[in-house]
Design a protein around this ligand. Structure first.
Ligand SMILES: CC(C)(COP(=O)(O)OP(=O)(O)OC[C@H]1O[C@@H](n2cnc3c(N)ncnc32)[C@H](O)[C@@H]1OP(=O)(O)O)[C@@H](O)C(=O)NCCC(=O)NCCS
Length: 237
C-alpha cells in the first residue's frame, strides 16, 4: 500500500497542469476571481518556460498513477522533501537519502475532472512569484490551498529561487492568513492595483527559503499538514 492511501483510501496529488486540464482550471479560475475574470490563455502559458502551473487532485486510490522505479518523474511524497537539494543539483542522489517513491502517469491519461485547485508560479531571476492560486469553493478549508502553497515553495526550491513573492487584495484576509502561515510578510503596497474597484494590493514575500529557519518552519508546517490531512504525492518535475 502506498503511504498516502492510508487516509480513507484518499490520495492527495499535486502535479503539473496539462493542456487537457484547461476547462476545469478555467472553471475554478472563473469562480474564484469573478471580479475581473478573463480566462488565462493556458495554451500559451503552459509553453512559457518561466511559468509553472500545478493542479491539485483528490482521488480514491492511485487511479492512473502507477509505481515505477526509474525515477524519471520526481515526486515528493513525504515531509522530508521540504529540504531543497543542498547543492542545487544532484537531485537524484539527494532524493535517495529519503523515504520516497516514484510514480508516473500512464501516457495518455485523460484530463482529470477531480481537479480541485491550481497555482501558477512565475520564475524570474532568484524570485518565484505566485501569480494565481485558487481552490474550488466546494473544497475550501480542507488543506488544499496549503498543499498548493507547499508544492509551490518546493518547486521554487528545486528551481533555486531565493524568495517567493505574490500580490494579494488588501481585503482578502483569508488568503493573507494562508500566506502568513507560510512565512510571507508585507513588503509593500501597490495603490489601486486592482482595476475593478481600485483596491490596493499588498506585496508579500518570504524570507530566503533556503535559510535554515525557513526550512525548519516549512518542515514543521508540512508535518502538521500531513498529520491533519494525510500524505500527499507532489509531482513537481
Ligand atoms: C485562498 C484559498 C486559495 C485558500 O485555499 P483553502 O484550500 O481554502 O485553504 P486551506 O484549507 O489550505 O487553509 C490554509 C490556511 O489558510 C487560511 N485560511 C484559508 N481560508 C480561510 C478562511 N476562510 N478564514 C480564515 N483563514 C483561512 C488559514 O490560515 C488556514 O490555516 P488553518 O486551517 O490552520 O486555519 C481559497 O480560499 C481560494 O481559492 N480563494 C479564492 C481565490 C483567492 O482569493 N486566491 C488568492 C488570490 S491572491
Amino acid at each position: 500500500m502506498y503511504p498516502s492511501e492510508a487516509v480513507n483510501g484518499r490520495v492527495y496529488v499535486v502535479r503539473r497542469m496539462k493542456l487537457e486540464d484547461t476547462p476545469k482550471v478555467v472553471e475554478i479560475e472563473k469562480e474564484a476571481f469573478p471580479e475581473n475574470w478573463a480566462p488565462t490563455a493556458f495554451h500559451r502559458e503552459l509553453r512559457n518556460k518561466y511559468m509553472s502551473y500545478l493542479v491539485a487532485l483528490k482521488r480514491n486510490g492511485l487511479g492512473d498513477f502507477h509505481n515505477t522505479n526509474n525515477g524519471s518523474t520526481l515526486i515528493a511524497s513525504s515531509p522530508e522533501m521540504s529540504k531543497s537539494s543542498p547543492d542545487g543539483g544532484g537531485l537524484k542522489e539527494w532524493l535517495s537519502n529519503f523515504r520516497h517513491f516514484f510514480v508516473e502517469e500512464k501516457s495518455g491519461a485523460p484530463a482529470d475532472k477531480s481537479i480541485t485547485g491550481f497555482v501558477g508560479v512565475w520564475f524570474m531571476l532568484d524570485e518565484a512569484h505566485i501569480t494565481s492560486i485558487a481552490v474550488e469553493g466546494l473544497h475550501r478549508r480542507k488543506g488544499i490551498g496549503e498543499l498548493l502553497m507547499i508544492s509551490s515553495i518546493e518547486l521554487a526550491s528545486l528551481r533555486n529561487s531565493r524568495v517567493v513573492t505574490l500580490e494579494v487584495r488588501a481585503s482578502n484576509r483569508s488568503a493573507q492568513l494562508l500566506y502568513e502561515k507560510y512565512g510571507f510578510h508585507r513588503a509593500g503596497v501597490r495603490r489601486g492595483y486592482y482595476t475593478d474597484n481600485n483596491e490596493d494590493a499588498f506585496i508579500m514575500t518570504t524570507e530566503d527559503i533556503g535559510s535554515f529557519s525557513y526550512r525548519a518552519g516549512l518542515q514543521r508546517l508540512k508535518m502538521e499538514h500531513q498529520a491533519k490531512w494525510g500524505e500527499s504525492i507532489r509531482i513537481l518535475a
